[in-house]
Ligand binder design. Structure first.
Ligand code: GDP
Ligand code: GDP
Length: 458
């Protein structure tokens, strides 16, 4: 066994929902009404390659009187003492409540390892709550949506180093411990393994050269295509060392090869691509130079952007491209026009077949990942914001100027920013674009999706 994680927090923040997700079976009750009586429950959890025990401390009513407060405290303390790591959950939509403060206090005193999660964080309505969560003094909150399965990669990233520690401890007793996952295992969340390879998805239309590319990187014909019966539900993944960069690459080609019905083909490869995109940190959109930016390519690139992934566009089969110069100009122009949401993303020409350009692809992938992880200090941001406002003041709809007061980076992967402002609903899209483009240029964040949320504060 590796470690035990307790999920604690006041009622109705979404603890059971996360528990269910980690355990993968509907073991715990989920109910909209606070106060469904439950006790501590335990389950065998998995998150990517991590295996651990999870304890859910559901079964608490909101503590309105002293006896309830006492019970809540007791139950929480029991869970905390049983666990190696505590996941403290708040509801980002509600924000931090006095009860949350009580929990935070217990955890600060009692738990060695606390991970703070702001749940129900899908959408902008949660931004304020996420920012408030910083104030609990328990470190940076993870933006989580237990219901939609978002933020699990971040949870994984925080659990990983701790898990390593507990595993080392366990290894001292049982040196044979092995909890690694087989490639292609189909449930759980796919996140980096112990050495934290960079997760890369190679997506693109059928015949773009995805398998060829991966095989070229692997240096041998190792990519499984499998027997033809049925359709594998998963992208195939391989872990490798890409000139010193540990990576795990998801390929979506296997599926297409097994799809028998021709007309289903497009639909299948898009949904399969979607799965790979969800697991990825960097998405390589592989185009065929002869037929670049087809509908399907655009869809998958847009999807990667909406999922908030770092994107690199690779144009394949460059070895047989007759008009390289003209073509490249053409490609750049199409890229700007058809995928403005990915402005500045690297476009690299490659030949999967000969291996040419793959060193540049590697560099682009690494850079895209760096940008995706970029963190800018609040001080830097606010200095920058002042300059932007001076250069180009915000509009004044109906004679009242919209005031932007303060700005902070709420998250990375991709970079997400929150700006406190008056009348956010009146802010025109064009001004938001001005700010996002400014961030992109001034902080050198080409290509990555950038999220900017306005939050009301008059
Ligand atoms: P617990 O009392 O902390 O165990 O909370 P539950 O897991 O029972 O969840 C309480 C309510 O919040 C349920 O209606 C869930 O469907 C809902 N919920 C849980 N997670 C999320 C989420 O990520 N987003 C949203 N919008 N609702 C959620
Ligand atoms: P996938 O469906 O995206 O996995 O595509 P494949 O890797 O199966 O490649 C489709 C076809 O394109 C095969 O016939 C490959 O040999 C060919 N191909 C792939 N990459 C290149 C390349 O860089 N240059 C040329 N000339 N052909 C390529």
């Amino acid at each position: 066994m590796t470690f035990t994680l307790a999920i604690v927090g006041r009622p109705n923040v979404g603890k059971s929902t996360l528990f269910n997700r980690l355990v993968g079976k509907r073991l715990a009750l989920v109910d909209d009404q606070p106060g469904v009586t439950r006790d501590l429950r335990e389950g065998a959890a998995r998150l990517g390659d991590l295996r651990f025990t999870v304890i859910d401390t559901a079964g608490l009513e909101e503590a309105t009187d002293e006896s309830l407060q006492g019970r809540m405290r007791k139950l929480t303390e029991r869970a905390v003492d049983m666990a190696d790591i505590c996941l403290f959950m708040i509801d980002a939509r509600t924000g931090v409540t006095p009860t949350d403060e009580v929990f935070a206090e217990i955890l600060r005193k009692r738990s060695a390892h606390v991970i703070l999660a702001a749940n129900k964080a899908e959408g902008a309505a949660a931004d304020a709550g996420v920012i408030e969560a910083y104030g609990l003094g328990l470190g940076e909150p993870i933006r989580l949506s237990a219901e939609h399965g978002e933020g699990l990669n971040d949870l994984y990233s925080q659990l990983m180093p701790l898990a390593d520690k507990f595993e080392e401890r366990a290894r001292a007793d049982a040196p044979e411990t092995d909890v690694s996952l087989e490639d292609g295992e189909d449930d759980g969340v796919r996140v980096p393994t112990a050495s934290k390879p960079l997760q890369i998805a190679v997506v693109g239309r059928p015949n773009a050269g995805k398998s060829t590319l991966i095989n070229q990187l692997l240096g041998e014909e190792r990519l499984l295509t499998g027997p033809e019966a049925g359709i594998t539900r998963d992208a195939i993944s391989v872990q490798m060392d890409w000139d010193g960069l540990p990576v795990r690459i998801f390929d979506t080609a296997g599926m297409r090869k097994k799809a028998r019905v021709q007309e289903k083909l497009e639909k299948l490869s898009v949904s399969d691509g979607l799965r790979a995109v969800k697991f990825a940190e960097v998405v390589i959109v592989l185009l065929d130079a002869a037929i670049p930016f087809e509908q399907q390519d655009l869809r998958i690139a847009d999807l990667a952007e909406r999922e908030g992934r770092a994107v690199v566009v690779a144009v394949n089969k460059w070895d047989v491209e007759p008009e390289k110069q003209a073509k490249l100009r053409d490609l750049r122009e199409s890229f700007e026009r058809l995928l403005p949401q990915l402005r500045g993303a690297p476009l690299v020409t490659v030949s999967a077949k000969t291996g040419k350009g793959l060193d540049r692809l590697r560099a682009a992938v690494e850079k895209a990942n760096d940008v995706w992880n970029r963190r800018i200090t609040t001080a830097q941001l606010n200095r920058w914001l002042t300059g932007m406002l001076e250069q180009h003041p915000p509009p004044a709809p109906g004679g009242k100027r919209i005031k932007l007061r303060y700005m902070t980076q709420a998250k990375t992967r991709p970079p997400g920013f929150v700006v406190m402002c008056s009348h956010p609903d009146k802010m025109p899209e064009s001004y938001i674009r001005y700010l996002v483009n400014g961030l992109r240029t001034d902080f050198d964040m080409p290509g990555t999706p950038i999220r900017l949320h306005l939050r009301s504060q008059s």
